[in-house]
Design a protein around this ligand. Sequence first.
Ligand SMILES: Cc1cc2nc3c(=O)[nH]c(=O)nc-3n(C[C@H](O)[C@H](O)[C@H](O)COP(=O)(O)OP(=O)(O)OC[C@H]3O[C@@H](n4cnc5c(N)ncnc54)[C@H](O)[C@@H]3O)c2cc1C
Length: 513
Amino acid sequence: MRPLVVERTWTMNDFSRRRLLKTSAVAGVGAVAVSGVAAAAAPGASAMTEASLSEVYGAERPSAKLTGRIVRPHDPGYTDARLGWDQLFSHYPLVIVFAQNTQDVVNALTWARQNDVALRIRSGRHSLEGWSNVDSGLVIDISELKSVHIDSAARVATVGAGLSQLEAVTTLAKRNFAVTTGTEGTVGLSGATLGGGFGFLTRWLGMACDSLIGAEVVVAEGAECAKVIKADLNNNSDLLWALRGAGNGNFGIVTSLTYKVAPLKSVTYVQATWDGIGDLRRVFDAWQRTALHADDRLGTQLEIHRNQTLLFAVLAEGTPAEAKKLLRPILSVGSPQVSVQVGNWGEVYSGFQIPTENEPANWKFYSQFTRKPFPGKAIDVISSFMRDAPTDDSNFFTQAFGGAVRRSPRGGTAFPHRDALFYSEPGAGWGTRSDRPGICDPLTPQAQAWIAEFSQAMRPYVDGAYVNVPNVGMQDWETAYWRDNFDRLRKIKAKYDPHNVFQYDQSIPPASC
Ligand SMILES: Cc1cc2nc3c(=O)[nH]c(=O)nc-3n(C[C@H](O)[C@H](O)[C@H](O)COP(=O)(O)OP(=O)(O)OC[C@H]3O[C@@H](n4cnc5c(N)ncnc54)[C@H](O)[C@@H]3O)c2cc1C
């Protein structure tokens, strides 16, 4: 069921006691002025409400109003509106604002600050620790910002930050353009890009964030306000650098993204399946000897399940003969079933999507980067854990790096893992989708223990972690995600969010002066 559309402003009756106390403390400080885009007036506010607000703020101090599509706990669509993709996490926000334009975002941020309400930013809802949602707080959801403007001559696309990856890939592909995205279409384009973003086109075009050349961002201003700024190579270029790999929920709310896009007419897509994991040592070894050093147009992934080993490959602007030749060392191991498809990137990408309702409800991943090829012992660890995997959906996933990832774009990026050979993650998936939180599933303790032990056993062979697949409980997560860039990120945080308005479990703290 779709969430109920409720367009309304909030009145004093909605304000918490905490808000009143806070308001008393700041009353008389001055009018709420939102530079860049002004906070919304209060159309339709009742005389009584306005009188009450004047009492609290002083006559010249208008309070921000929530605007956009607003869903609250007693609305029929609340459950749909609050649940994320990973149902292991279940939060009950006070209110969810589905912004319809940048002004709604400005108003929501101002409202949260004026009312001292915790806030989170949300796009595609795939946060793997539930950090785009918050109990008793405000979720600013930008997923309905869907504008698209493509300048074919300049090879530049500016899109609303609410596009899913599927929407971005297919829209660009219709014009024979592409940027790197991850492989799961329902993931938010902005969530993926702002943390780095890798996928089949990574070795050819670099990380998704490498193609990001501009963004519109709503940031906190002063004690209680919000403003809209641009980040590109000429304006707030330090913020653009930070958004390229550390932008998720740290500096402000990104409302639009501008990418340099690459021409792409067609791809060859290859899928190979080996029964079981008996050939894993040889498949893995052949993969890491060839696919990581092959032609940059070749992007590959391995996905190892307890009952099968899968290779997925995309060759940009390449023929099936070329793809098979590049993959021959891997495909010649054992007797895999191989399928080959040639087509427009949008059609191929749409074709390998799995509908969310067919996926397990609960997921736990652990991200790891690798700078040296796995020795046989490491591959044996993978085989051993996969034999004991809690479900058929649980898997060990790898993504080939190298190629264009090694080259940083002009202006640089906060994403630091340019010398990685590949990315990998053990992942557990279990349970069926329902309204029941995954934490109540009887398999949850077993799946969580398996992933913890598996990732621990891989530690001798890995180095670094991926902020888009956060590792909770990891020591030194700051350097695991960003290496030496962390200090600079803290300084940029202090410049754009000195009051630490945007915070969650592993957010970047502002540098102290
Ligand atoms: C099934 C699955 C497959 C994946 N595959 C890949 C892959 O192939 N490649 C890859 O690189 N990653 C992959 N990921 C990781 C994915 O990139 C992250 O989970 C990503 O952050 C999700 O973004 P979202 O917008 O969907 O999620 P959300 O939960 O909406 O947001 C994730 C984080 O980004 C913040 N955020 C979202 N939008 C904005 C915004 N506009 N401004 C500021 N902050 C914002 C949120 O506050 C939150 O911290 C995968 C994840 C899943 C669950």
